[in-house]
Design a protein around this ligand. Structure first.
Ligand code: PEP
Ligand code: MN
Length: 264
């Protein structure tokens, strides 16, 4: 912050985020099929989302759970981008996949890889925005040091994402650390977004915490939306359906306006 008093605005394929620009990244946890990703992409675009997410390489706790469609999933995301014009966001897990992600607009480093330092160093060599999610049990200092790994390589286009941390509480999947937002903004110049979906694991909790994210000064949201949450191959319980997302977006837009920020 000392060396960089101005806030960074990250440009993701023409969509600005940070310092007055508030963006909503949304889409399914995992890309499952062409119909699914295209349908969700069209629906959320109509609701005003500006970036499309979808996992192709999924870090699953169980090796027997759906692991993602891998390279085919990336292809489907690119198709959805062609159809909707929405820049795409997807998670990289392997340092050897950097070339495979060449057409991805915003590369996500998931919570489980926040301290995969070789991966962070490799992403630091790119001139492409990176979405860095906070680790399940990492301090803000460790989080910022991971961002520093990317920036030390010369890539200053980093967005931080608070997605809940492990605590003793079990009613929610994680505990959303809202205080991370003002603290990260005090210590750093990077945009900070909130992921209320992974933070709570419960679809009805997404709305109140999305509202809180706007109020606490976040620069955006990441929300999981599925065209049929009950049938989702991953994270259905925390996913909104397109109608629920549309209702939420109408409300979020008013709140973002109240904060004097711009969406898109
Ligand atoms: C995700 O965004 O799909 C994801 C796996 O999130 P996290 O890394 O925060 O668990
Ligand atoms: Mn998920």
């Amino acid at each position: 912050r000392k060396m960089h008093p101005d806030n960074t605005i990250v440009d993701v394929g023409g969509v600005k985020i940070g310092e007055g620009y508030f963006q909503v990244i949304e889409g399914p946890c995992s890309v499952e099929s062409e119909e699914q990703v295209i349908e969700v992409a069209n629906d959320v675009k109509a609701s005003g989302a500006t970036l499309l997410r979808g996992g192709a390489f999924k870090p699953r706790t169980s090796p027997y759970a759906f692991q993602g469609l891998h390279a085919d999933g990336l292809k489907l995301l690119l198709e959805a981008k062609k159809e909707t014009g929405l820049p795409i966001v997807t998670e990289i897990m392997n340092v050897n996949h950097v070339e495979l992600f060449a057409d991805v607009d915003l590369i996500q480093v998931g919570a489980r890889n926040m301290q995969n330092f070789d991966l962070l160093k490799e992403l630091g060599k790119l001139r492409k925005p990176i979405l860095l999610k906070r680790g399940l049990a990492n301090t803000l200092e460790e989080f910022l040091m991971s961002a520093e790994y990317i920036m030390a390589g010369g890539n200053s286009q980093v967005i931080l994402c608070e997605r809940g941390i492990r605590t003793f509480e079990t009613k929610t999947r994680n505990t959303l650390d809202l205080s991370a937002v003002p603290m990260l903004k005090k210590l750093s110049h990077l945009p900070v977004i909130i992921d209320p979906s992974h933070a709570t694991g419960i679809s009805w909790m997404v709305e109140p915490l999305a509202k809180a994210a706007v109020a606490v000064g976040a620069d955006g949201l990441m929300i999981e939306v599925h065209n049929n949450p009950a049938k989702a191959l991953c994270d259905g319980a925390q996913s909104l359906n397109p109608e629920q997302f549309d209702t939420l977006m109408k409300d979020i837009k008013r709140r973002v306006e109240f904060e004097g920020k711009t969406m898109n």
